[in-house]
Design a protein around this ligand. Structure first.
Ligand SMILES: O=C(O)CCC(=O)C(=O)O
Length: 308
């Protein structure tokens, strides 16, 4: 077994068998990865998105408010009417706010995660793609529909991963993540409305099969986890989460990283908060002010992110 040096800020190295697991299944759970300093920083920054210290002008979606509107337009929600009637808290998402909140960009760029992404994806260069923050308040009930990230992202390539980090203990009853092992080899299916399987309007892709209705037919890995853990998934790995039916919140941060095989590829049928580039043309490598180059295998962390 090779022993990789532990990047500063990580509690432990990523092991060879974890690299092999990511390659085979398109997902890997890394228990106890983040050291307490970066975990506290992630929690502080979560507060800038959803807490009392909330920054101005954020890109935020209240999925609990959106749900009845989608239903009125004919979409079937994943939560039953009874569950919706029992909902007390909200399900909210804050997306691509790193261009608005400098501290958030610091987390994406300076937390010791690009190196983790590079090791798992076998990449030589890492660009930061973006952030997403998830708040499922106590008894918010709504599931996150199974989906792939690929149809939401304006890019193509294999070296794109999400590092999902919980800030609370997460078990199945407070919205554990589930991943279909091996689905990173599936084609790209349509993006959906997160609380419904209904594809986004204008999507050129087919909808995913009804996974929620037939969970036993799929190899789903449900992951229970602790603050300090990370779960890393490939851009095409199908994933979703259960509803939060408990009296505890479920907070999580996702940071997305790209390797050198990714190219800009604008897509149709994406939500309004998806991140198009104002600088790139189709087929361009993903280096722009929105998606800075932050790490290379030769130089390590770059003193200044490269934005073009
Ligand atoms: O936290 C969730 O429920 C969804 C997370 C997710 O879809 C992602 O990070 O890509």
């Amino acid at each position: 077994m090779s022993v990789a040096p532990v990047p500063e800020g990580l509690a432990r190295p990523v092991r060879d068998e974890e690299v092999a697991c990511y390659a085979e299944h398109g997902v890997v759970h890394l228990p106890g990865l983040l050291d307490p300093v970066w975990l506290a920083e992630a929690e502080r920054i979560f507060g800038l998105v959803f807490g009392k210290e909330r920054a101005e002008g954020l890109n935020e979606l209240n999925a609990s408010e959106l749900a009845p509107m989608l239903q009125a337009m004919g979409a079937e929600l994943l939560a039953s009417n009874e569950e919706v009637s029992q909902a007390e808290g909200l399900f909210k998402l804050g997306t691509f706010n790193h261009l608005r909140v400098p501290d958030l960009r610091t987390l994406g760029i300076h937390a010791p995660l690009p190196e983790v992404a590079a090791r798992l994806m076998g990449a030589n260069r890492i660009n930061f793609y973006g952030d997403q923050f998830f708040l499922k308040e106590p008894r918010s009930m709504h599931r996150t529909a199974f989906h792939q990230d690929a149809p939401y992202f304006h890019l193509e390539g294999d070296q794109c991963c999400t590092i999902w980090m919980p800030l609370d203990v997460v078990v199945k009853s407070n919205s554990a993540m589930g991943y279909i092992r091996g689905s990173h080899r599936w084609p790209i299916y349509a993006a959906n409305g997160f609380v419904t399987r209904q594809p986004m309007p204008g999507s050129p892709e087919k909808p995913l099969p009804d996974i929620e209705g037939h969970e036993d037919d799929y190899d789903i890995q449900w992951v229970e986890c602790q603050p300090g853990d990370a779960i890393v998934h490939h851009v095409r790995t199908v994933h979703g989460s259960t509803g939060n039916t408990t009296d505890r919140p479920r907070r999580a941060v996702s940071l997305r990283y790209l390797g050198e095989d990714c190219r800009y590829h604008p897509r149709e049928g994406t939500p309004p908060d998806s991140q198009k580039s104002e600088h790139l043309s189709p087929g361009d490598p993903m280096a722009s002010p929105e998606f800075p180059l932050i790490w290379t295998r030769d130089e390590g962390y770059l003193p200044e992110p490269v934005t073009g």
